[in-house]
Design a protein around this ligand. Sequence first.
Ligand code: SF4
Length: 188
Amino acid sequence: MGIPTPLNWPVLRQFREGDPLGRGRAVTSRATRETSNRTVTADRVAQSVCPYCAVGCGQRVFVKDEKVVQIEGDPDSPISRGRLCPKGSASEQLVNSPTRVTQVLYRRPGGTEWEVLDRDTAIDMVADRFLESRRNGWQDHDEHGRPLRRTMGVAALGGATLDNEENYLIKKLFTAAGAVQIENQARI
Ligand code: SF4
């Protein structure tokens, strides 16, 4: 408001600033006037999909200095048309939470503590186990000699946070590997 002056008397301000009912500019605090939306100062905006549930609402991710500063609904999305539920609206907190786990944690059989693994080691361990289970559960023929060429050793169960593209790739990978039990939470 600056230096106190009778001209800043609220009722005068209401009329001077075109806000006769005192519900807008005339009663806006200085702190509010000096606050700007995080979306205004962003360097760029990326389009994305909410990771929380199978609805797959469109999101606009606002980035400043290579850091996510805000996530809002994407009006271009034919699914959500700019809307997000409270969970989707809070996605920025998912990205920037100081308690977010950003390392691969492993608790070995019989272990009582989590160990930090580098990502390549963890991926190799998953791949080794996958291949071994596939091999151990492989069925080449049935009892009549008819070809099966499948494995009963691996199965896929996806969560609803997976999107269409991820499910497509998972289905392709597991079917190619010979798995027959391939499910998604949205179908259960
Ligand atoms: S915004 Fe809500 S309804 Fe939309 S995908 Fe995310 S969690 Fe689901």
